[in-house]
Design a protein around this ligand. Sequence first.
Ligand SMILES: *[C@@H]1O[C@H](CO)[C@@H](O)[C@H](O)[C@H]1NC(C)=O
Ligand SMILES: *[C@@H]1O[C@H](CO)[C@@H](O)[C@H](O)[C@H]1NC(C)=O
Ligand SMILES: *[C@@H]1O[C@H](CO)[C@@H](O)[C@H](O)[C@H]1NC(C)=O
Length: 816
Amino acid sequence: MLKYRVSFCGFLNMWIPEMILLLFLIFFTSTNALPQGAPTSVCQTMMPFHQGGIPAQPGLSPYSIVTRQHGDKVQVSVGSSLGVRFQGFMLQGRTPAGEILGTFQTSPVTDGHTINCADHGDTVTHSDTKEKDQLDVTWVPPVGYEGPIVFNSTVAQNYNTFWVGIESPTVQVSRRSTSDNFGGDPFYAGCFDTKYCFGAPEGCVQSQNCRAAVVVTSVGGKFVFDMKADRNAAWVGVGLSQDARMGNDSVIECVKTPNGRIEAFMAWTSITPYSSIRLSNPYVGIQLLNASISGDTLYCSVERSSQTTVNDQDFDLTSNTFHVLVASGSSVEANSVGFHDLSREASAQPVSLLSYSSAVPNTPPRRPFLTTPPYFSPEPVTEASTEFDPFYDGCGDTKLCFGTPVNCDRSKNCKAVVAVTVTGDKYDFEMKADRSAAWVGVGLSDDDKMGRDSVIECVKAGNGVETYMSWTGTNPYRADRLSNPRLGIELLNASVIDGVIYCKVRRNVVTNVNGVTFNLVSDVYNILIAAGSSIRDGSVGFHDIGFLASGEARALSDTSEVGAASKLLVRLHGSLMLAAWIGTASLGILLARYYRQTWVGTTMMGKDLWFAWHRVFMVLTWSFTLVAFVLIFVELKAWSAENNPHAILGTITTILCFFQPIGAYFRPHPGTSKRSIFNWAHWLIGNTAHIIAIVTLFFAVTLTKAELPKLMDYILVAYVVVHVISHLLLSVLNCISEKSSDSRVSSFPMKDLTGSGRNSAYADQGMDAPFSTLRKIILGVYILVILLLTIALIIITALAPIETTFETILPSKSMN
Ligand SMILES: *[C@@H]1O[C@H](CO)[C@@H](O)[C@H](O)[C@H]1NC(C)=O
Ligand SMILES: *[C@@H]1O[C@H](CO)[C@@H](O)[C@H](O)[C@H]1NC(C)=O
Ligand SMILES: *[C@@H]1O[C@H](CO)[C@@H](O)[C@H](O)[C@H]1NC(C)=O
């Protein structure tokens, strides 16, 4: 036999399991799609490392990118025209060749943040996994770039379902595309975004109907003031002031001169009398770039130096802030402008003309020109009115509700929905669909696909509603009315109110449709809901408004009370597994590995203390694990459909765990030759099971069904760190104590591998190995920390989804 007499004090035997855990942790945290969004390692591929293995969805994604040019920036919106929400995203501007370019402005991004791929802030990704309807961001091209840009994105509907490489149509970015695709007066392009704009009367910039307005563009230390005034103004002026009143202000005025030209002058305002007096050098610091009169509108563009001294006052546009005054008038005098009889307005707050920011009070919302959101939003105006829709009363309670889009019955804004009420042996199907729907139908199916399903359809007919039975076929997809279209159904009530179709149909418990018997009492069915906007001759058209099939078959009398109960089993499974592997297994392993020579001579029920407790903890681990394993199968009734290694790893853990005590029971007597084989095997299986169990717990956090918050990951990481540090400390203590015992016998944890029981130098003398007090302290701390972590994890698991639970507990906290 191998003689393992070498000093096991090496890191090797002590620390292998912990090393593996640590390596896993490093791997996990570096590749796992953490809740903060995509890591920079996926810059080019944009492929989420969702546990490495999950492939992107093939085919067309329900999401698309819409772009609008806005000044020299591009407004990028990601969303779904079908109203499909998403949790995660990653978005970049690229050349068609794939080079990442430009920067995203972070301030308007509420659901995301930028990361740096090729350059600073060139990629934007989600900050959390809340459901999002739409993402709106502003992208700025790199300075001087001119050419085509494609926005490329990855959008994740949830952890397992995501699309990679969703591209926008190509956008032509020109160096200064001031007004391309810009609906509205180009004069105001860039207002509130890159330029400071102000006009009279107040608020006119948003509506682009100012009587007099100024737009300030600051480029490279130069300030260009574009001014315009309507109503046949003879002059328009802009003043920079220390206060919001006239007086001691530096004014640029554009004036129609008697000879029909337009000139720009510098002037200075005084209050006694109110006047605007031209400077002795009226061209100081300014240069007229352009001017015109078109229709009744006077326009001019004047460049002003960033620094000017006027009447001994310094005007530094780069570093100072000013109140801005605009005015216009209909008359001009010889050397000054007349009264501001057409318009006059002063900004209430001083502003910096250099870097205009939306923080300036009194400014309208950013992007005032985007009046039409590019996507249907799941919260349309109608939601307020559907909020009290009695249709949804009792959903999940007295009736089974199912609608599309997913979970719309909770938010009460389904495009198509069915509610099944069972009273005795009466099965009533109520259906309702979107305003645009011409028909709505519910199918009973033995799978989650269309084909060979029995359908009840309600169809708008004239001013009323008709109901029919039909049978679906594939190839082509269709729903054929039965030859007896009223077979087994009765229309109880129906209405079309405001275009919204509603019907209530009672269906017999047993019907035989096309040779298939449908028994609503004894059988379970997948529910299909669909609605469409068109009707063909004798059949309904395509379900263009919505179609959704329930993931699992269920009894129609089963409202979601059962759903709540089944959550209980999932929660129990999680809590028991956490108690077993974070709690008892960790303690049992620690005791067996380091405490054989502590409390020497103390026994419990005839066994050494370490062994007695090791056995207690491990029996608990074993029982918890097996119960939890059975529970999850009772709940899922099948192998988990989720594409996640949790199920397979958990099964391996359970199998290893199951055999461990059986092996231990039949262990060879100490001293026999087979004893060392047993010891190795026991150690190996136990530690393997523990490592796999911890890994499995990490994967549990990503299961959709578990609804666990990412906070779990951090607690699990904390556990691994505590666990590894404790083992390291105790290993080092053992090394030292063995050294000091003259290395007579390799003691442990493999001391038994040589065949005998307690043969350490100290145990033979009936005394503890050195540092026994320190070891006891470490054990105490370890137990305490493990206990706290286990409790925290179990609380989170039992209350999951914890966010919603807290919202229920603290209903008003989340408002505002
Ligand atoms: C967008 O991303 C997909 C996936 O990484 C890639 O195949 C495609 O070439 C990218 N398009 C551009 C323009 O970079
Ligand atoms: C002057 O203004 C007119 C009309 O606003 C414009 O078409 C023209 O390009 C401008 N010229 C310069 C040099 O900016
Ligand atoms: C029919 O439906 C309407 C509106 O949903 C309701 O007010 C009415 O009471 C129903 N009638 C019957 C007989 O159920």
